[in-house]
Structures are given as structure tokens and as C-alpha cells.
Write a protein that binds this ligand. Sequence first.
Ligand code: PAF
Length: 278
Amino acid sequence: MRVARTIAATRGLVRRGGQPVVLVPTMGALHEGHAALIRRARRLAGPQGTVVVSVFVNPTQFGPKEDFSRYPRPIRADLKVCRENGADLVFRPEPTEMYAVDASARVDETSLSAHLCGASRPGHFGGVGTVVAKLFLIVQPQIAVFGEKDWQQLAIIRRLVRDLNFPVRIVGHPTVREADGLARSSRNAYLTPEERAVAPGIYAALTRAAAEPTAGRILRSAGRALAALPGARVDYVRLVDAETLEPATRLRRRTTLAAAVFLGRARLIDNVQIPPRA
Ligand code: PAF
């Protein structure tokens, strides 16, 4: 496995590597969820292809009061996860390599980003869209793999690819969970033992609610159960169309029940998918 710190070195190594090129963009602090994405990328690339993992804590997707400076950066452990799960190349640039000091161009998706996390974190998805577009242009993958835990991010990236004609196939990978249902996330590291004991209640609330017969009952059930979690502050809980992310009042199309919940210092997101019902 090679490690590149510059865009030029990454381009050179990718050019000399085999096809297809499969990219797994990450912000590091890699856990079993990322490991599953890298293994999926390895299977998609096959023995001849090139699996590239980017490890970059992207400053432009953090708000001024968010956790950019304290976001975990365990690079030695991250490189081990990449190596053990089949990466060929890790691209780990410094922010100065990715952004000119006077950078003034951005990639903003303006419809799906208005909902859910986009409403609570203004500018977040502009930062995500910009860095993902840059990674696509630097690495030029044929395929890129993203986790379904960040359902809105995945939907927005699919939209960017469609609307800007990036020649990349986007593959979504199912959320990897702890044995008790908690979605794997780098931010779980912020939880105290007491908060960690409460956290699986988020997924339990969403799955129980998803079994209710109507859109209204699903939303009410999820709202009540999340609000009852000890120490939790619900940022949002919404039932939305799985593709457009518009609020859903019926279950005729596939819907997503999505929530963001603060537990202490951690803001945790999760979602469940609800297939269309007659
Ligand atoms: O999902 C993430 O870790 C990040 O938002 C991404 C896609 C790597 C962009 O920085």
C-alpha cells in the first residue's frame, strides 16, 4: 500500500495503477463501517483494480462552532485499517494541499441540501460537495463508495454526479452497526459510558416507529421515543422521500425515517428505509 500526501503524487500513482479505480472518501478515524466500505471497494476493483482511500478532515464542511479541531486523527491506526482491508493507495493531504488560501469556487447542491442536516448545519453540504468533487477530479475513479448512514450525503452526491456529469458510479453501502444496533460512527468516541448506553435507543426508536401503519403514526412514534431518551436532545426527526428528501405524508414511494440527536458532545445521525406500501 502506498501513501501520498500531494495531489501530483496521487495522480501519478493512480495513472500507473490498474483499472478500475475505486475511491472511498473518508475523514479518517476509521472504524468497522469504513473497513466494510474499503472491502466493498476491493471487491468492486477486483484483483487488478486500484482501491484509493482518501483520509482528509475537510475544514469546509464544519461550522465555526463544530468539532473540526477536536475531530480524531489517529493516522497510524487509520493506515492499518486501510492496509488490512485491501487499499492500494491512501491519499492524505494537508488542508493547504487541497485549498488555496484564497479559494473561492464551491460546488453547492441547492435542493436536497435544504432538508435534514442541511437545515441544521448551514454550509455543511457545500463543503462536502466541494471536497467530493475535488476528490473525483484528483483521483478520477470509475466507482466511489459511500455509507448509507449518511443517507442525505449519499443522495446529494448522486445528484451532483447526475447534474454535473461526473463519470463515476456511486455505490451505497449499508450502515454497519454495533451488536446493540448503534450505527458505527467516528463521533461515537465522544460518548461517555452513560451516553453510550442510551445511544442504541436511537435506532430502536426508528425501527419500532417504521413498523407503524401510516406516515403520521411513524413520525409521532419516532418523535415520542427519541424525546424520551435520557439526556438526549433531538435536533430533528423527519419522514422524507428517500430520493428527493421532501417531507413525506404518504408511504406510496420509498421513504426514509431520519433523525439527528445530540447526546452530550456527540451529534449522532441515523436512518431507516421504509419500502413503498400500497
Ligand atoms: O462522510 C464523510 O466522511 C465525509 O463527509 C466525506 C464524504 C469524506 C467528505 O469529506
